[in-house]
Design a binder for this molecule. Structure first.
Ligand SMILES: Nc1ncnc2c1ncn2[C@@H]1O[C@H](COP(=O)(O)OP(=O)(O)OP(=O)(O)O)[C@@H](O)[C@H]1O
Ligand SMILES: [Mg+2]
Length: 275
């Protein structure tokens, strides 16, 4: 059954002038969900990577998405971030922002951050400088970087350093960090832009067990402040952070619920967990 969005007029934002009009108040989540995907279909040469996908993410929720290779998990993130356009369906951010009307930079600007698997930090800069750079989405202000920060900006960086566990490494070059630390720094860089919704695709791939546990703590600490969608194959990790879990299969939702229920579901065992 579809969740109802009450506002009838979508915000159409085609140019920069229109984008300037996106205010926090536009992101109306008063009815619960921050993200609505309804009946979304994506075809690649006739093959349906997403096939009538309907999914809702609540404001402040931490949602795990699992499913076999090729289920459409990354394609779903591509649709939300504007990288891939669906053939049909609707995608709303809050009640009134129609994401299908926005391009990738505008979607990021509207408050959706995405973490790709490979960390892309500035290796030559320190951890602190990376966070500072991430604060400035407008590349035109880069020449004025490392000028004096306001107290509020410094507090923001300190908060993210603490959250990501990188306070001690703040003056280290990012290139000298471990794989796990780079991943946390990149999450930290996304957080500097204060995203409402954070999409994280396979965050713990290549991490040690200890790094995985630390990543779980980090994502759990975001709950309530940001909505977070995590795609991951590592079931031990998923179990450690899972609230509601969605299982994707062949481009649609196979089942959704608490991890315990999902793990017992015979269909899920057959197509995924039993493999
Ligand atoms: N640009 C593309 N062109 C053609 N086919 C694509 C494209 N992107 C994805 N696909 C196909 O769509 C299907 C879904 O891919 P997707 O990457 O979304 O799966 P996934 O659930 O993220 O899988 P994994 O767990 O392996 O990352 C796959 O069969 C894939 O080969
Ligand atoms: Mg994928």
């Amino acid at each position: 059954m579809n969740r109802v969005r009450e506002t009838g007029t979508p915000k159409v934002l085609g140019d920069d002038a229109a984008l300037d009009t996106i205010e926090d108040t536009d992101l109306d989540t008063s009815h619960g969900p921050i993200l609505y995907l309804e009946d979304v279909t994506v075809s690649f040469d006739g093959f349906k990577a997403l096939n009538g996908l309907t999914l809702y993410i609540d404001d402040g929720e931490l949602r795990c998405i699992i499913g076999p290779n090729g289920a459409g998990k990354t394609t779903m993130m591509d649709v939300i971030t504007g990288k891939t356009r669906p053939d049909k369906g609707t995608v709303y951010f809050g009640q009134i922002i129609d994401l299908l009307q926005l391009d990738e930079p505008d979607i990021a600007q509207a408050g959706i951050g995405r973490k790709f698997q490979k960390p892309s930090v500035f290796e030559q800069q320190t951890v602190y400088e990376n966070l500072e750079l991430a604060m400035h989405t407008d590349k035109r202000v880069w020449p004025t970087l490392f000028a004096k920060l306001s107290g509020e900006q410094r507090d923001g960086i300190a908060e993210v350093l603490q959250l990501t566990g990188l306070t001690e490494q703040r003056n280290q070059r990012a290139g000298a960090l471990s794989h796990g630390e780079k991943q946390w720094l990149e999450i930290g860089m996304l957080l500097m832009q204060k995203p409402k919704l954070l999409l994280v695709d396979e965050p713990v791939a290549g991490m040690t067990r200890q790094e995985i546990e630390r990543t779980a703590e980090l994502l759990l600490a975001l709950e309530g402040k940001h909505s977070v969608v995590v795609v991951e194959h590592d079931m031990e990790f998923v179990r450690s952070i899972a609230r509601k879990v969605t299982v994707l299969h062949e481009g649609a939702v196979l089942t959704e619920g608490h991890m315990k229920e999902v793990q017992r579901n015979p269909k899920v065992i057959e197509i995924y967990l039993g493999a």
